[in-house]
Design a protein around this ligand. Structure first.
Ligand SMILES: C[S@@+](CC[C@H](N)C(=O)[O-])C[C@H]1O[C@@H](n2cnc3c(N)ncnc32)[C@H](O)[C@@H]1O
Length: 203
């Protein structure tokens, strides 16, 4: 087991849903995916899905081609157990996104609060390599990171903060920014965290 897997498995084993990034309901991610993809047959991958309720909401909304990837098996097992029979129609991938080679492209690539953990350029390049392999021209990419006014750490780990425009610059010219927004996320600990959301079309 790698240090990264051990860190995240331990976080989910000890804290459950009592984590700063926990959220439910009609989140910006859910709204952006619905706005980008009214057709329920589109394929969606959630990178660093963790135990997020986004999967539950997408399934309830009728999306039928869903893949969840996370470095933590504990987190994905929680989602598998929680959604019950619906899990039969979901692909679960336990992998480190910086080492993973996608075997197919997706229409929608979503990531809330994962890319920002990659603080060295080699890991960021590896992520962008996977992103290019896991999408095709016309695919939609929805990324959310801590804003420039957001926390400097999450789960005890340093993060790289972005604006939508610095994120666009980091992804490079193959991704055209089509929408951007901000969110003040309310954590379960009565604190707030500033996030940015950015939607891109793969050129
Ligand atoms: C802050 S949590 C966000 C989880 C989820 N996206 C959400 O919004 O609830 C970060 C997630 O990224 C996962 N993660 C961290 N580093 C990763 C990596 N290198 N590859 C894949 N997943 C990773 C963690 O296990 C964790 O579930």
């Amino acid at each position: 087991m790698t240090e990264g897997q051990a860190h995240w498995d331990s976080a989910y084993s000890t804290k459950g849903d009592n984590v700063s990034w926990y959220q439910t309901g009609q989140t910006p991610s859910f709204e952006l995916i619905k706005a980008s993809a009214p057709m329920r047959s589109v394929s969606i991958i959630d990178i660093g899905a963790g135990a997020s309720r986004l999967a539950d909401n997408l399934l309830i909304a009728g999306y039928s081609d869903l893949t969840l990837l996370d470095i933590s098996e504990v987190a994905l097992s929680r989602t598998r157990d929680r959604i019950g029979a619906a899990a039969n129609n979901v692909a679960f991938i336990v992998a480190d996104i910086t080492r993973w080679k996608p075997s197919r492209p997706w229409d929608i690539w979503h990531d809330r609060a994962v890319f920002h953990f990659l603080t060295d350029s080699g890991a960021q390049d590896a992520y962008i390599g996977a992103l290019k392999q896991g999408t095709v021209p016309g695919s939609t990419v929805i990324l959310s990171t801590f804003a420039m006014t957001g926390p400097e750490k999450c789960s005890g780990l340093p993060v790289q903060r972005y604006s939508a425009d610095t994120l666009a610059a980091r992804l490079g010219p193959d991704f055209a920014l089509y929408t951007k927004g901000t969110e003040q996320h309310h954590t379960p600990f009565q604190t707030t965290q500033d996030f940015i959301y950015a939607g891109f079309h793969r050129k």
